[in-house]
Structure formats: structure tokens, C-alpha cells
Design a protein around this ligand. Structure first.
Ligand code: GLN
Length: 424
């Protein structure tokens, strides 16, 4: 069988063809793009890639770089320092609006240009300007999984007409939002916006955010979970500027658009999406890209608020081995252990206590355990131990490193059920 997914995506592209909108021309070089290019790529959190249309066409990343550079600033400078400099409130205004907090001059959020210039300044501070741009280029490259280059022609073209960004940077400098030279900030920010990508690159970057900061193909943990959560929160409320509310209610996928025609969307835990088509609407967002996202969201139930119920399947199987005092109840768990799935597990043990003296939790099919899941599991193990049960864990992937229950008791850990059987 051939996977239906590429055929479906091709259908989406065909259904979303629309020649309305206009190329960005305030950056002269962007007005040279082929207006009919259209591409769509999906990358799952597991790294499966589905891509259709002009997905080899390269374009400059523009504002789609903003969430990633914000993430870099958070990672390098820490939350406190970044939040001191850039707020996280939606501005409800266009991307290039002079939108600063009244008394402090603090940019309202990192997705509008004012905040993105400040985020660039945070990365730049203490470095030479070329070093800051290089650290951003290199971050974007590891997110994409290939070496990305800067389109110097687009950068030079934008620098020639960067009146608004120069004004914004000077205003920020005037408010002492940063101490570095505003011209250096503008130049670095514009070069950051001129990193060249395809929809495949963007979808991989988006999928890294969907996968909790782990690049799904290389397996590299690029951002911490905390940074990802912050970046996605800000994208959800501010990523689509003055269309943020409409976008969240209709499409429901945290997203970021750029004036060259790229859009990324992230469905946390599930997938990253990227669309490219250079004709823009009045918000500076790709017309065909918006249509494609809307269609995908509706067809595939991707709206964030349309969440599947994931908890109920945590206990894959319960079985009893052996007889008499040697008998062991094995609870085979699966999926992700977060709060609600751990709650299902607790309830399963409370409502139907094991009839044996020995109990094993088999985590072989557990994919990830959030800290709350780990705490609840360990708490449960401690309580069962106090009740007189012998509890062991099958944990080949090391989900419970050094499982100390806080009761001075460590359950025995095996790599497989076979090993458990052989050794007991
Ligand atoms: N480099 C562009 C600018 O600052 C990015 C804007 C965007 O993509 N929305 O104007």
C-alpha cells in the first residue's frame, strides 16, 4: 500500500490555490519571488516527513526566526533576564508597530519586531555582532538538520530600507532596553531574518518544538522543555500579530508567519507544519498558507482545543504469573506518563488491589515520563511497599533512574520481564 498522506497533502495544495494577496515589496528583493510557489511539509514528533509542492524552493526565514531566537535568548540568559527585557503580552498590532510599554519602553512580546530586536540584542550582548549572527545561524541549522546559509542579497536589500526597524532599535536604545549599538542590532536582526530555508527545514524546526525540544531526526535535545513551553505560549498568543485571536479560534495551532511567505505551526506532542507561498494578506501572512493550515486543522482535527483523551490506555495489560507466594501481578504500562494517565494508574491499583504479594510495573512500552508521572509512580511504589507488597520495576529505558521512593526503599529494577522471571 502507498501511504495516503502525500496524496491527501497534494489535494490540500490543489484545493487552496488562490491568487489573491501581494508580495512583500518593502524589502525590494522579496518582490522578486515567484508568486505561484506553494509548498507544504509535515513532520511528526517521531520524525516522519511528508512533503508536497515546491518544497525545494528556498526563501528567507524572516519573522519565523523570532520564536527560535527568543528560545536561544531564554536558554542563554535565563528566564528572569529575558522577561525583564521583553514582556509576553499580545499587542494586537501589526508586526512592525511601534508598540512598547508606556513607561519602561519594554517591547510587549518577542514576536513583534520591537521584541525580536530586543531578543537579538540579548543574544548579541557580550559577543561580536558576527558571532551573534553565527550562533543564530548555527542554531537554526541544527534545528533544520542541515547547514543553512544567509542570503546576503536579501539582507542588503532589507538594510537599505530598514527605516522602521532602525527607528524601533533607536527607541529601544533610548529606553535603555539594551546597551548595544542599535545599528549593530538592526543589522544582526536583518541577517537573522535572511537565513535561507525550505518548508522541510521549517517543518523540522517546528517539529523540534512539538517534540519538547528534541530534533526528531538527529535526536539532539536543542531546547529544554521549559524553553519550549515558553516559546509556544508566546507563539500561541502573539505569533499571528493582529490576527492572533482569529487564528487561534479558527485554526487552533500555535504558529508564526514571515513576510517572505513562510508559516510554521506546532501541535505540541504531535507535529510541526510548514507552508510556503509568497502572496500575503493584510497581516503580512501568506494567503495560501493560511488556507492550507485551516484546511489541515479542520480535516485532521488538529485544533489545540480539540484534544484527544490520552489517559485511559496507560495500562496496556494486567496479568499474573506463577503461583502461591511467588505469584507476581504485572502491570504493563504504555504511552506517556503525565498527570491524568498516572491518575488512571493509581485508580487501577486502588480499585483493584493486586491479589498477589508481588507486583511489577513494566515500563518497557512507556515512551516518556513527565516529572509528575515519575513522582506519582514512586509515591505509589512507596505506599505499596509500606502495605507489605514486594514491588519491582521493569525499566529497560531507564525512566526511573535511581528510583528512591522517599521511604528509604528502592525497588529492584530489571531490564525485561524475562530477566525478572529468571532472577526471582
Ligand atoms: N525582516 C522583516 C522585518 O523586520 C521580518 C518581518 C516579518 O517577517 N513579519 O520587517
Amino acid at each position: 500500500m502507498r501511504s495516503p498522506l502525500p496524496d491527501y497533502l497534494t489535494e490540500v495544495l490543489e484545493a487552496c490555490v488562490d491568487d489573491s494577496g501581494a508580495l512583500a515589496d518593502y524589502i525590494p528583493e522579496l518582490a522578486k519571488a515567484d508568486p505561484d510557489r506553494f509548498a507544504l511539509t509535515l513532520v511528526t514528533a517521531e520524525g516522519a516527513i511528508y512533503s508536497v509542492g515546491d518544497d525545494d524552493t528556498e526563501f528567507t526565514i524572516q519573522s519565523v526566526s523570532k520564536p527560535f531566537v527568543y528560545g536561544l535568548a531564554l536558554q542563554e540568559r535565563g528566564f528572569d533576564q529575558v522577561l525583564d527585557v521583553i514582556d509576553v503580552e499580545p499587542s494586537g498590532e501589526a508586526f512592525n508597530e511601534v508598540s512598547l510599554e508606556r513607561n519602561t519602553g519594554r517591547p510587549l512580546n518577542p514576536m513583534i519586531n520591537a521584541g525580536a530586536l530586543a531578543a537579538h540584542a540579548l543574544v548579541l550582548h557580550g559577543r561580536r555582532p558576527e558571532e551573534a549572527v553565527e550562533s543564530i545561524r548555527s542554531l537554526l541549522s541544527s534545528l533544520a538538520g542541515r547547514d543553512l546559509v544567509i542570503d546576503e542579497k536579501v539582507a542588503t536589500s532589507e538594510l537599505g530600507t530598514a527605516y522602521r526597524n532602525v527607528a524601533l532599535a533607536n527607541l529601544l536604545r533610548g529606553y535603555e532596553v539594551f546597551e548595544d549599538d542599535p545599528d549593530e542590532i538592526v543589522e544582526g536582526y536583518i541577517r537573522q531574518c535572511s537565513v535561507t530555508v525550505t518548508t522541510k527545514d521549517l517543518a523540522l524546526m517546528a517539529a523540534t518544538l512539538a517534540a519538547g525540544g528534541v530534533q526528531p531526526v538527529s535526536g539532539e535535545q536543542i531546547f529544554s522543555r521549559d524553553v519550549v513551553r515558553q516559546v509556544l505560549s508566546v507563539m500561541t498568543t502573539c505569533g499571528m500579530y493582529d490576527a492572533a485571536g482569529d487564528w487561534l479560534s479558527t485554526v487552533g495551532i500555535p504558529a508564526k508567519s514571515g513576510v517572505s511567505g513562510g508559516i510554521i505551526g506546532i501541535l505540541p506532542g504531535q507535529l510541526g507544519i510548514a507552508a510556503y507561498s509568497p502572496r500575503l494578506d493584510e497581516h503580512g501572512t501568506s494567503v495560501q498558507g493560511v488556507a492550507a493550515f485551516g484546511r489541515l486543522s479542520r480535516d485532521m482535527n488538529l485544533h489545540l482545543m480539540d484534544a484527544p483523551i490520552v489517559a485511559h490506555s496507560v495500562v496496556r495489560r494486567k496479568r499474573v504469573w506463577g503461583e502461591g507466594d511467588d505469584a507476581v501481578t504485572v502491570l504493563e504500562l504504555q504511552g506517556d506518563l503525565q498527570f491524568t494517565s498516572a491518575e488512571v494508574l493509581v485508580r487501577a491499583v486502588v480499585d483493584e488491589p493486586p491479589a498477589t504479594k508481588r507486583l511489577a510495573f513494566d515500563l518497557s512500552l512507556v515512551r516518556a515520563i513527565l516529572p509528575v508521572g515519575r513522582r506519582m509512580l514512586l509515591e505509589m511504589i512507596g505506599r505499596l511497599h509500606r502495605d507489605g507488597l514486594e514491588v519491582v520495576v521493569v525499566d529497560p529505558d531507564g525512566h526511573l533512574p535511581e528510583p528512591d521512593t522517599g521511604y528509604g526503599f528502592r525497588p529492584r529494577v530489571y531490564a525485561s520481564q524475562d530477566e525478572m522471571e529468571a532472577r526471582s
